[in-house]
Design a protein around this ligand. Sequence first.
Ligand SMILES: NC(=O)c1ccc[n+]([C@@H]2O[C@H](COP(=O)([O-])OP(=O)(O)OC[C@H]3O[C@@H](n4cnc5c(N)ncnc54)[C@H](O)[C@@H]3O)[C@@H](O)[C@H]2O)c1
Ligand SMILES: [Zn+2]
Length: 363
Amino acid sequence: VVTIPVELAGAGYDVLVGAGLLHDLPAILRERCPAAAYAVISDDVVGPSFGTALLATLRTEGLRAELLTFPHGEASKTRETWAALSDRMLGQQFGRDAAIVALGGGVVGDVAGFVAATYLRGIPYVQVPTTLLAMIDSSIGGKTGVDVPGGKNLLGAFHQPRAVVADVDTLRRLPAALLAGGIAEALKHGVIADAAYFDVVARWSWRDGAATSGAELEQLIAGSVTIKARVVSADEREAGMRAILNFGHTIGHAIEAATAFAVPHGDAVAMGMVAEAHLAEQLGIARRGTAARIQSAVESHGLPVRPATRLPADTVLAAMRRDKKVRGDALRFALPSQIGAMARAADGAWTIPVTETAVRNAL
Ligand SMILES: NC(=O)c1ccc[n+]([C@@H]2O[C@H](COP(=O)([O-])OP(=O)(O)OC[C@H]3O[C@@H](n4cnc5c(N)ncnc54)[C@H](O)[C@@H]3O)[C@@H](O)[C@H]2O)c1
Ligand SMILES: [Zn+2]
């Protein structure tokens, strides 16, 4: 088991990565998140696969626990799901001495975390991520929330978990298509902070089944977690440095929005990273060859480097201007200076203002 601390001004917490950790959860909860009762929140795929067994384990160990599930998928990341879960917990008389266990992918983590942030004005919770993306990205950092008709993740709260418990054995049943999104984020972590880690991820072959070799997977996940934890520790509330996690996401989000989310997030981020790396090179910010290295890593994992159908630059730019992270007139980007290091603006900011013309050229 690898233990990676997320150091925060308030209460920090550990991310535990290892095989078989679900079996140790009763002890982990007793130590790191003691509570009178646990609401295990999951979706209708992960709940039957891992939740039922987990519930039995918790009860055998003398802990009060109930399993609450909702239909899987992004379409469930709504206020309605948040309300239904909260109502069910109230109905089952969970009190302020209760805690939540968020068991599932990023959708479960975001919704269950938001329930925890608001239930009786906030109760503790533990993240138990079961997708690669959730293990290396969404479960760490305390961002919780739901989607609304006006956009994704527009309602939410910062609420840090007491612990993140990533059992790599749960990834054995994850369809390969779902690993791709995690790979895109892992490559991103390499670009923003660690060139050696970038090479490891770029060379990693998961399509031939190597993904399930426990030790390798544990190291890969720990590498990403270490990078994300370091960035979150430096900037808990996204006031500055955390912006570097948005590398590939300014254009990526615009591609998602412009295609009405037909393009999966990992694919959009892959294309976004390639385009933004070209942008950085064209502006003379990134060392030459940076974009080519990212592009070949993206391709080697079967991720797309450009949209399958023609997507006019104007459509992408319009979507970018609607994005909540674009403030004022200037488009700002988190851009690498080379693989493993991010550039800073003249005023020290981690995002760099870029003209529309430059973005158009890169697209
Ligand atoms: N809070 C954050 O900082 C943050 C960061 C990145 C992404 N996110 C959010 O994360 C979400 C995406 O997360 P995701 O990709 O994990 O999606 P997801 O939670 O929808 O999971 C994808 C699918 O995999 C299934 N699944 C989960 N674990 C499985 C397993 N072990 N075996 C088989 N199937 C399994 C789920 O039931 C679901 O159908 C998005 O809503 C995104 O906004 C949040
Ligand atoms: Zn992302």
